[in-house]
Design a binder for this molecule. Sequence first.
Ligand SMILES: C[S@@+](CC[C@H](N)C(=O)[O-])C[C@H]1O[C@@H](n2cnc3c(N)ncnc32)[C@H](O)[C@@H]1O
Ligand SMILES: C/C=C/c1ccc(O)c(OC)c1
Length: 375
Amino acid sequence: MDRAYNGETSESETFRAHAHVWRHAFNFISSMSLKCAIELGVPDALHRRGHPATLPELAAALSVPTSKTTFLGRLVAVLVHMGFLSRQKAAPESNGMSEHEADELGFEYSLTPASCAIVKGQPLDLSPIVLLTLDPIFVDPFHCMSEWLKSDSETDSPSLRTPLHMKHRKSMWEIKAQDKKFDQRMNRAMASDGPVMARLIMDKCGGRLFEGLRTAVDIGGGTGGLARELAEAFPEMEWTVLDLPRVVAGLERTRNLKYVGGDMFEAVPPADAVLLKWVLHDWSDEESVKILKRCKEAITSNSKTGKAIIIEAVIEDGPEEGETMKLFYDMIMMVGTTGKERNEKEWAKLLREAGFSDYKITPLAGFRSLIETYT
Ligand SMILES: C[S@@+](CC[C@H](N)C(=O)[O-])C[C@H]1O[C@@H](n2cnc3c(N)ncnc32)[C@H](O)[C@@H]1O
Ligand SMILES: C/C=C/c1ccc(O)c(OC)c1
């Protein structure tokens, strides 16, 4: 019999184990409370206000009716607990409340560093990524994970390719092509990561990264969230964003940045540097090698000193808290795409198979790295 059942385990140890289970079972409450706060615009309202708000003031600012104020208070309690709001005792005279009211509602709430990071429209706003991650299109298929794991891929029915496929009877890419709202949500989430990564890349690599290079193309670059920043930082270079025609339709070129609609599995515009951020983790090894081969052709046809620059997680490198994110993104890739997160060995193998020679990994802050590889 297991130690846990034979009485040798101390009670406190058992309770610690139970607490561990409880916490993990209820983790989704944190995710959903965060999602709700973003949808309601809680951080935005406090940011606009510029000073702390009592619960009734917050309710008014969010257009939550008086009949729902106490319910909002229950969400707010969770947000305080999670570190997305801070709570202080309000000075009673500051809000004109009687002492009795102050007992119940005498707190004021303000932003924390974590909620500042999800104020909409701020340069480094993470809220679009949260809303994409917690979209039912991604969350629902997690309920199918066990069923999917037991289904035999050998039968190779397309509907068994991913749990997302199993749930929606379509691939993520088909949904993205058909559902305008989801398409926008995803494009926005990706674009919002651009300025963050551009800043990290410039901090860690500076001008060295593009030294001697005249042209660059961001493959699967979405609406240009990253390329626009880099085009501004490196104005003497010519920049191109390649993405599917409907993603880049109607996007205006700037002085040194243009958009090209196309299919990266077919052809990639020639350039000295090819960028791939958060693209290869969407695809299996076979698919990734195909993309990388197109990239290699694009580089060699243009330059002898060219390189590919891959911005992705490298599993097992970097600090502990980064590791959690890599593991979680690996689940998202497994549930939603045919891709995966890769360790250094797996990256090296992909690059070799696609015909790249050497590579160099520079860890960026957070959970991603920059991989430079040469033709
Ligand atoms: C996860 S997003 C990453 C976007 C961007 N690189 C970033 O990091 O913000 C993947 C991108 O690949 C694009 N994509 C998917 N299939 C493609 C294809 N066959 N050719 C070109 N782009 C493609 C999608 O439209 C999407 O913009
Ligand atoms: C819920 C998140 C979905 C997602 C889908 C494809 C990606 O490449 C990705 O990269 C961060 C995120």
